[in-house]
Design a protein around this ligand. Structure first.
Ligand code: NAP
Ligand code: GDD
Length: 367
């Protein structure tokens, strides 16, 4: 039985990867952080399973990482922990650098100092944000980097320090240069999830309007569940190498929005340009027809924005046998919207129960 350590196990990818590795028969260890709210939504269903273990550690704290690595002595480490929000990195650049850049160094050094350099394989969660202000489309493993946010600059350090440890110490450490991947577990402030939740809330009368930033931004969006398999495949490869993981298909934020709303029965027409662009309901429920449901707000613009990400997964396909077309863009949108429609329906039922209960209490029907 192999032992894996996942940093960032509470995140979108960490939770899918933990499920995947448990399914492969791994002993899975993950790092968590102390929080005032102890409910770990994405991994709650795994807690208590015999081969699933959690440890407190923070990528900003070398001692905590040393402690967990020396205790677990993993065969594989998946370093997924990061301040992963690009916009937030403009507000917290120093924290982002500490966790997303120096944090990677801390993991590599912990492995080396624990005497595991020759036995432990390390996956580093690298990103298509490295291509930033892109110098070539589509982007592959040889495309020059041009990071365009504090997040991307920090991740670039992570990429290079992994390469350095591979060459200097002959360690099996690799970067997966992953393009955007989404799911029903995606954080609610990333654009896709923000859209699918809003579409579900608007369709069920719980929200009036959705405000977005740059609608013309282009992304290569895949399904997170398919991408975690690739993380594992990268570590099973005969040699330590870096891989681009992407679908090879590109769409705009506007297209994502159109499809998500269409899936809940609302057809949008986009009119106007730039800050004046609006998404108007042209067909759907009576009360919504003619209403502006999507508007642009400059609050969601970034000081520098990456607008043209499009990955070329040829190497991953050829060398890892990975299928980039497993889940289509349309299927991805449907998975996310269906999950959010169900979530909002449950929220609404909860609201109704609370309203009824308040009424019964007031009338003295229940005490
Ligand atoms: P996510 O949902 O934001 O999860 C991030 C994880 O990192 C969470 O478990 C979080 O813990 C943890 N974390 C944050 N700061 C930490 C710290 N100082 N010490 C320890 N743990 C910390 O991100 P994701 O979408 O799963 O992405 C996983 C990784 O892939 C990230 O490194 C991200 O930058 C990278 N990536 C993601 C994509 C994508 O499209 N999803 C694409 C390319 C690369 P809490 O729950 O306690 O906050
Ligand atoms: N978040 C957000 N919110 N983005 C918006 C909005 C909005 O209201 N409106 C437009 N966008 C645009 C952003 O300007 C960006 O160009 C694009 O939508 C995607 O934004 P995000 O969903 O926040 O993702 P990201 O591409 O910046 O970063 C994600 O993918 C990277 C890989 O390329 C994150 O998961 C990173 O951790 C990851 O490295």
């Amino acid at each position: 039985m192999k032992t894996a350590l996942i940093t960032g196990i509470t995140g979108q990818d960490g939770s899918f990867l933990a499920e995947f590795l448990l399914g492969k028969g791994y002993e899975v260890h993950g790092t968590i952080r102390r929080s005032s709210v102890d409910y770990r939504e994405r991994i709650a269903h795994l807690e208590g399973k015999p081969h699933f273990h959690l440890h407190y550690a923070d990528l900003g704290d070398s001692m905590s990482i040393m402690q967990v690595v020396s205790k677990v002595r993993p065969d594989e480490i998946y370093n997924l922990a990061a301040q992963s929000h690009v916009q937030v990195s403009f507000d917290s650049p120093e924290f982002t650098a500490d966790v997303d850049a120096t944090g990677v160094l801390r993991v590599l050094e912990a492995v080396r100092l624990c005497g595991l350099a020759k036995t432990c394989r390390i996956y580093q969660a690298s990103t298509s944000e490295l291509y930033g202000k892109v110098e070539e489309v589509p982007q592959n493993e040889n495309t020059p980097f041009h990071p365009y946010s504090p997040y991307a600059v920090a991740k670039l350090y992570g990429y290079w320090i992994v390469k350095e440890y591979r060459e200097a110490y002959d360690m099996f450490c690799c970067s997966g240069i992953l393009f955007n991947h989404e799911s029903e577990r995606r954080g609610e402030t990333f654009v896709t999830r923000k859209i699918t939740l809003a579409a579900a809330r608007i369709a069920q009368g719980k929200q009036e309007k959705l405000y977005l930033g740059n609608l013309s931004s282009l992304r290569d969006w895949g399904y997170a569940k398919d991408y975690v398999e690739c993380m594992w495949l990268i570590l099973q490869h005969k040699t330590p190498e870096d891989f681009v993981i992407a679908t090879g298909v590109q769409h705009s934020v506007r297209e994502f929005c159109y499809l998500a709303f269409k899936h809940v029965g609302i057809e949008l027409e986009f009119k106007g340009e730039g800050e004046d662009e609006k998404g108007v309901c042209v067909s759907g429920p009576d009360g919504l027809i003619g209403k502006t449901l999507v508007e642009v707000s400059p609050d969601f613009y970034r000081p520098t924005d990456v607008v043209n990400l499009w990955g070329d997964p040829t190497k991953a396909k050829a060398e890892l046998g990975w299928d980039p077309a497993k889940t289509s863009f349309e299927q991805l949108v449907k998975i996310m919207v269906d999950a959010d429609m169900a979530k909002v329906a449950v929220e609404k039922a909860g609201d109704q129960i609370r309203t009824n209960l308040a009424e019964y209490l007031e009338k003295g029907i229940v005490k």
